[in-house]
Design a protein around this ligand. Structure first.
Ligand SMILES: Cc1cc2nc3c(=O)[nH]c(=O)nc-3n(C[C@H](O)[C@H](O)[C@H](O)COP(=O)(O)OP(=O)(O)OC[C@H]3O[C@@H](n4cnc5c(N)ncnc54)[C@H](O)[C@@H]3O)c2cc1C
Length: 333
């Protein structure tokens, strides 16, 4: 007896046109990869202040059988995420009314797409699946694979019912389809939430951001205020920047935007200098596994030494002034 594989339900891609061609192509590529692996149809919702014939054509060439061009005049020049999410939830109304309860909605991959996915899940009582590595349809449920702990672990989740909002990277889209798509044009009415008035103030931060830094000098609970001053001097002298663990942020030693870890930033420098940091999984999750870690810690049994490329069992009170002295002597400061 031959087992017949059940096709996945139709996959919807929701693409804000204001996010540009890259977002359009990346989402269509993700949708193609899901449909290639699981079957089912592709439908696309293009959301913007006005219709966009080229985007519509690209979606059809990528294999969409149905395209919903949804416009809302209030989206013109409005980059407020709350307003976009509200418009997107309204744009989904009709397509979802025609779909089953287990519809998968793909948003553009990236941080903005993940935020939109979370907002939509909240507005429409669905599941925010976030950044997925793989999505497959198995025994009438979506099975989602996610990479976590900075690439050290893969999680598999099974979603048996409800609307799912996800982001996925799918390589390059193929635009070879020549079948026409059915296009439905809808103009939304009704006000969107007003833009939040943001008061921009200088942060007082003079160090480069963590993103893109080649060297991160990071301090943990084992470092006090004087130690962080030394770490900052060291970071500047070596052309790097400053980071910290969660307890260092909680103690007010470093701003929260410099927290490294599962609930902070993910960093990929060539070298990560960890001072007074024990090396918990929550902290290590924020460091690229390819990064070389240099650790300074008084505790020879600290977990950070299990992952460090260079480990120094020492008290920073003694080591950092010596190190800065050597650098100064070599006229690096
Ligand atoms: C949901 C959740 C999310 C979290 N997210 C994060 C996150 O994003 N980032 C994060 O960092 N943590 C996070 N944590 C917290 C995490 O579990 C740890 O509490 C934290 O990573 C420990 O930070 P630490 O290494 O600075 O402190 P500790 O574990 O207390 O380590 C301090 C180290 O300093 C050493 N030390 C002490 N004095 C000296 C000295 N004079 N010289 C040299 N070494 C010295 C000690 O030997 C020790 O190893 C999270 C926890 C939870 C539950």
């Amino acid at each position: 007896m031959s087992m017949q594989k059940l096709e996945a339900p139709t996959t919807l891609a929701l693409i804000p046109l204001a996010w540009g061609e890259d977002a359009l192509e990346a989402t269509l590529a993700a949708q193609q990869s899901v449909v290639a692996a699981n079957g089912g149809h592709c439908e696309v919702i293009l959301l913007g202040a006005e219709g966009h014939d080229i985007a519509c054509e690209r979606a059809a060439q990528a294999g969409a059988t149905r395209i919903w061009q949804v416009t809302h005049a209030d989206l013109a020049g409005n980059d407020d995420m709350a307003a976009l999410a509200m418009a997107a939830s309204q744009a989904l109304h009709q397509p979802l009314a025609e779909r089953g309860a287990q519809t998968l909605v793909l948003l553009p991959p990236g941080i903005a797409g993940e935020e939109l996915a979370a907002r939509l899940a909240h507005l429409l009582s669905g599941h925010a699946l976030g950044r997925c590595a793989r999505l497959h349809w198995q025994n009438e449920a979506w099975v989602v694979e996610r990479v976590t702990w900075g690439g050290r672990m893969r999680l598999s989740m099974r979603v048996e019912s409800g609307l799912c909002f996800a982001c996925l990277r799918g390589g390059r889209a193929n635009f070879a389809n020549s079948e026409p798509a059915q296009v439905t044009n809808t103009a939304l009415v009704g006000g969107l939430p007003a833009l939040m008035a943001l008061d921009r103030r200088p942060t007082g931060q003079h160090l480069p951001p963590l993103d893109g830094a080649k060297l991160v000098v990071s301090g943990g609970r084992g470092v006090n205020e004087r130690g962080f001053e030394l770490l900052e001097t060291l970071a500047v002298a070596l052309g790097g920047t400053l980071g910290g663990s969660l307890p260092a942020v909680d103690a007010g030693m470093v701003p929260v935007m410099r927290q490294v870890g599962v609930s902070g930033k993910f960093v990929s420098p060539a070298i990560y200098l960890a001072v007074g940091i024990s090396g918990t999984p929550q902290h290590l999750a924020g460091i690229n596994p390819q990064t070389r870690i240099v650790a300074i810690n008084t505790d020879v049994g600290a977990d950070i030494f299990n992952v460090a490329d260079v480990g120094v069992v020492a008290d920073w009170n003694l080591l950092l002034p010596e190190l800065l002295g050597v650098i100064k002597a070599q006229a690096l400061i």
